[in-house]
Ligand binder design. Sequence first.
Ligand code: SF4
Length: 408
Amino acid sequence: MIEQFIKKGYTIVDIEDVADIYVINTCTVTNMADRKSRQMLRKVKEKNNNAIIVACGCYAQVAREELEKISEIDIILGINEKNHIVDFVEKYMKEQQKEVVITDVMRQKEFLDFGTTAYTDKTRAVVKIQDGCDRFCSYCIIPYARGRVRSRKIESIVEEVKAIAEEGIKEIVITGIHIASYGKDFTDGTNLICLLEAINQVKGIERIRLGSLEPTLITDEFVQRLIKLEKICDHFHLSLQSGCDETLQRMNRKYTTKEFKEVVTRLRNAYPKVALTTDIIVGFPGETEEEFAKTYEYLKEIQFYKMHIFKYSPRKGTKAAIMQKQIDGKIKEERSKKLIALSEQNEKMYNAQYIGKEVEVLFEEREGKYMKGHTTNYMCVKKETKEDLTGKIEKVKITKVEDLTLIS
Ligand code: SF4
């Protein structure tokens, strides 16, 4: 959206500044996200009473009526319409008529492809390969906000990756709502590994990083083909959510802890330095002390490099929100703290093994006397130098670790 406005000659300012148009790209992943979106929409109007206020994104997509009640909003757009945001704003400028346009994303069968975009970050570019999700985890609203799986054509993705390479950008991040489902809607058998094989051939790109993956994707065959692609980063984010089978079942996740462990072993055998990261939800409805203890022990055994811990937060319209035995906030807080401590402990152990070793870093930005970047396995590294290394890949020797950052 920023690029669309810039192309038409608008100036982008900080959300805290006085502006003529405010765009709030809403999130609806939890009830809290909805509330924050509503608060923000009201707050920006106070900065300039004459400003045009646009609400778009996932919350607008699923809760049109709730947003229509907020008088401060002038334009409400769904997830597809934000791709023509400037047209809607300019129409409003002419007609001064409140506008609500939300297409039914649940009926949409094809990926809406807007081709190659402009890249503001010169070291890493995000490439979207699909939209939607068919998994319907019991806590998640996303399938309703984003619709069914729609994959972007392989040719279009490769074309975008080539354009990124031409800009001199070395790393791409493959994203989507559920990238493991890539190709599910095609009839010719094209899937994620076929796509990665095609992207791996694009000259100029040196690193391909995968966004969150569902563990069921990572079969022996998948790993055997993946390991041949030298540009794939040895960092995988596998959403586990819980280390207890009973909890996983209530979450409607499609794997067991045993299957997940097999995936971890498969990846660790294939990539010796692999960094595995994950997401965990604590305090899911019905999570007893015993269930949480199972999760804790399981996580201790797996030893992820990093874990993102989320306290379960009910989302209206999902099955989990109306489940019995919702967990008290204090218990969620305690469980979250325990897992955060475990995560930090793991991260320290993982980082410590690199002291005295050489690593390859893609440098991204300056931070005081340091240049900062990441390794293929996504460790954050800082090197003291006056040279501008932005966008360059260099080998550096790690001398120490400070605040979970490796220093060269
Ligand atoms: S797989 Fe991810 S996006 Fe899909 S329903 Fe589950 S949590 Fe939501």
